[in-house]
Design a protein. Structure first.
Ligand SMILES: Cc1cc2nc3c(=O)[nH]c(=O)nc-3n(C[C@H](O)[C@H](O)[C@H](O)COP(=O)(O)OP(=O)(O)OC[C@H]3O[C@@H](n4cnc5c(N)ncnc54)[C@H](O)[C@@H]3O)c2cc1C
Length: 374
């Protein structure tokens, strides 16, 4: 089979690897507009369950990913009253660039043709020259846009602003920090992803963003401002920028996931709010699901039909939990008077993916403390 893949992010590279593993005779080409070392973002998060799925799909890359990752089991919630740790949550963090390098090397070893610094603008000739065109070209997918009538995308720009930074301050656990200022409430989502760095995402509502005057601050001024807001947490460490900019979260859904020989994958197909840390996980699981269906079926159209039919319900459920989590953060301005325990309980139950009873099983002491405080 001849497969063209637009986008050398986690979805595109992992799909190429799995297909080439399944049959070395497949001719697979990945087209990536950036160079092999250019990337945005800092660390990516995987749950223990996701890592088990990755091990089953490709033990070689799984071994590399887990060689230097940082693992934790606690979610820490911090506000002006202090900090509380909730245990029993298995997660790990790995640097995004390291993950991409592992996947690039694995693809090369399997003889996938990876064309860096190659931007694809002509989707029609791309799809005419292969059996299957995979659009793994990210949240602003140009393939999705070019064939919008076929995919019927629904795009929803959310009101909160957020920005991805790194920092050398280490956050041991997924740390949710809430800081109250005269201009409004800020939330930070942070976690370490190697021995010396953490991801530090800052989020605020539109009123807080305008009150703070970020529209007229440059990158350095913005970081100085936020370093002051989070001074008790950063403990003198700076925020590190990697072309970091304020953005609005774009919620992506598509009524149709494929047409003829073109299929969407990863962020091009769907997004889930970063507060449930799952963009990379979902992208790689999409790759596993699509590769499995193509392995089972000789007819590409049947495989695509089954991919959509079986994976869509799972993604819809995931997006609905992520939506609840996103809405919870969109309302942070109203949590000003909540006690630390109430804030922590609200944040643990926000997506509906963990029930009160499951939380009691994960961390009975936390639930007991909460009940005693009422
Ligand atoms: C600014 C930003 C920072 C982020 N940081 C993090 C983070 O620190 N941790 C985390 O877990 N998640 C992060 N994410 C989310 C995460 O990157 C995605 O959910 C995940 O990477 C999805 O994988 P993907 O392969 O579908 O898309 P992507 O990783 O976005 O990969 C798509 C690739 O396609 C390429 N491409 C696009 N159009 C073309 C074209 N026409 N021709 C050729 N190539 C093209 C792009 O250059 C890109 O490499 C971040 C997202 C954004 C927007």
């Amino acid at each position: 089979m001849k497969i063209n893949i637009i986008g050398g992010g986690p979805a595109g590279l992992y799909f190429a690897i799995l297909m080439k593993k399944a049959d070395a005779a497949h001719q697979i080409a990945v087209y990536e507009r950036n160079g092999p070392d250019d990337t945005f973002g800092w660390g990516v998060v995987f749950s223990g369950k996701t890592l088990a799925t990755l091990r089953e799909a490709d033990p070689e890359s799984h071994a590399e990913i887990t060689r230097t990752f940082e693992a934790w089991d606690n979610v820490d919630v911090v506000n002006r009253n202090g900090k509380i740790s909730i245990h029993g949550n298995s997660f790990s963090g790995v640097e995004r660039l390291r993950l991409l390098k592992i996947l690039q090397r694995r693809a090369e070893d399997l003889r996938v043709e990876v064309n860096f610094r190659t931007e694809i603008n002509d989707c029609d000739s791309m799809r005419a020259s292969c059996d299957l065109l995979v659009a793994a070209d990210g949240v602003n997918s140009s393939v999705r846009q070019a064939f919008a009538e076929r995919f019927q995308p629904a795009l929803d720009v959310r009101p909160n602003r957020y920005v991805w930074y790194g920092t050398n301050q280490l956050f041991h656990g997924l740390t949710l920090t809430f800081r109250h200022t005269a201009t409004g409430m800020f939330a930070a989502h942070s976690y370490k992803f190697d021995k010396s760095r953490s991801t530090f995402i800052v989020e605020c509502d539109p009123a807080t963003w305008s009150n703070a005057g970020f529209a007229s601050l440059n990158d350095a001024q913005t970081r100085t401002y936020l370093e002051q807001v989070f001074a008790p947490d950063l403990k003198g460490q700076q925020l590190l920028s990697n072309n970091s900019k304020w953005i609005n979260f774009l919620l992506v859904k598509n009524a149709n996931w494929y047409f003829d020989n073109v299929v969407l994958l990863g962020d091009a197909l769907h997004t889930a709010h970063f507060s449930i840390g799952s963009g990379t996980k979902l992208a790689m699981e999409d790759a596993i699901a699509l590769a499995n269906h193509l392995r089972k079926r000789t007819e590409i159209s049947k495989a695509l039909e089954e991919f959509e039919a079986t994976r869509k319900p799972y993604i819809e459920e995931y997006q609905s939990a992520a939506f609840e989590s996103m809405r919870w953060f969109e309302n942070i301005g109203s949590y000003d008077s909540l006690s630390l325990l109430n804030l922590a309980m609200g944040s643990m139950l926000r997506s509906g993916r963990v029930t009160y009873e499951e939380l009691r099983e994960r961390d009975p002491q936390f639930v007991r403390l909460y009940e005693e405080s009422k």
